[in-house]
Design a protein. Sequence first.
Lengths: 342, 251
Amino acid sequence: MANFGKFANLSPHGWTVKTQTQSIAIGQNAHIGLWGGGPAGEDLIVAPANPNICAVHEEPKPAGWPHWRHFLITALSDGETAVNASVKSGGAWATMTVRVTGRIGLHLVFFPGEFTDSSSTPPVVTGTIYAIGGAGEHIAAAGGRAGLPVQGVYDQGGHTRESTPPGQYVLGPKEHVITKSWPYSSIPWGVALRLNSDDEMEFEAPAGHWTVATGPRGSVTTAMLTFLRKDDPTATLQDAIDTVRTTCIDDKNHKLWNDTWKGNDFGRWGWNLQLNGKRTGYYVHTTPEDEIATEEGKAVFLANSHACIHIKPAERDMLMKAGFLREGVPFEVRPYSEKSSQ
Amino acid sequence: MKLSLLLLIALLHGAAAHAANCLEVEDRIDAEVARLRAAEDSLTLLRRIGTDSLAAVTDCPSSDRLWYLAARAAELLELPSGGQAFIAYGGFKTIVGDAEAHRPASFAIATIGARLDGSSAAARRALTLNPDYPPARRALAFALSREGNIEESLGVATIQRPHAADHLVRAKILLAGDRPLESEKEAEAAIKAPGSDPDEVTLPIELQRDANETLGFALLKQGQTERAKRAFRIAAADGSIPARTQMQSMR
């Protein structure tokens, strides 16, 4: 036996008990409780019949309210849908209606902690970016690992791994991300490469301007040396030269491994998550492996990032085409504690 | 006679071209291995290195390097992927078994096999193949400590210029030998010096996870519960099951 309702201090605003209907303005959230469970007392799966209208996430179990579970409903697009609490086989044990109304500018909401794959160690935690104000578009995404200390955990090269901080961000402009803090990201994605007369690799950025990347004065070598010395102050220039050269140049055949750069850690495009008008260290981006796998028609695997938000290249392209991935679009990151009940 | 000679020349030429192709494949995959040293998403890159190596050993079954990279990628991704990363190739144990069967004289592959086997006998076999290979020595030291031979294992694990991986092995041995204060110092040394291992393909997350797990237990044995909790929390977030279990029991 189960039923939807309001418990504790959940706001009754927009809730009609008689029709079991929750009205929500588009882009807003509402909280709802579910009392009870399935025939054997098991937890029911709570999900909207039409996931384009709203998304439903479970909040942590409420203390002091036995038999109640707490859900957050996020209104995505205009319309009406049933939200069912079902047993695994599919039968609904409780049903309510969500009615979404109104208009709103486009924005994106990322729930980073929806799904936990406990078969992997550490568990891979992935979520979904929901587009609000569109046609219910949503894409898979992976933020930083869940449960890391706020100050992060040291990784390598001066970088820490962090959980992606919740907050109300705004997307910066679409960019080929470049940063010297990740040596291979010091070259923009996709630029032309060539071997110069000294047998060193150069890249072209901006058009017509060539920069030496490898060798003792190469820009990637310099970035690599800084990266290596963060962990090992005795790291040598020769070590950096050798590492970068191996990555870029096929010495046996006196040619480059690739004639365009596909080693940038941020993939083809990235969008900075800006907070209060200022850039942060977090981006929405793909990875070079996923870009290449997509080009080759192979499977793409979302892995947890250092704190950025990883997305899949094909889904990025879809969301770009729909107009959501562009400068100025609000981007909300929700807490990891909000889970899918599916 | 003339025809046989021509056939032999053609075969030799074909074999040489094939070997050259295999060397080029090795170099191409090693270019990705070099990128692993500073890659933001090292897990996905490692999966690609493993997949490419496994695809390549079909044509290059005599390549020590490709078999090593396949086995090492499978070893490193076993936990992070829940054993699923290379399941299409039979999984970690099968891949290591295949690698050992094809390249029985490879000390690097034998070392992976020894870590999988866990016995000092297997580690000694790997070390015999190359007495100067640090990962084989570490495997032996760790196996000896698991078998209760703490002093002998500390002797094997003591070297002049220890890398972070050497500090970690010593930390584990000292913990097993009920010497938590020394274990704590070695674990902290491993955490502070996480530079990549010059002798093996590694993932920074693996070393950080194991070092923090060992540090947590070393601190717990000294009654430093709060510091232990912090170490366990980091190790658990990086996938340590013992750390996660310990944290749950401390609640």
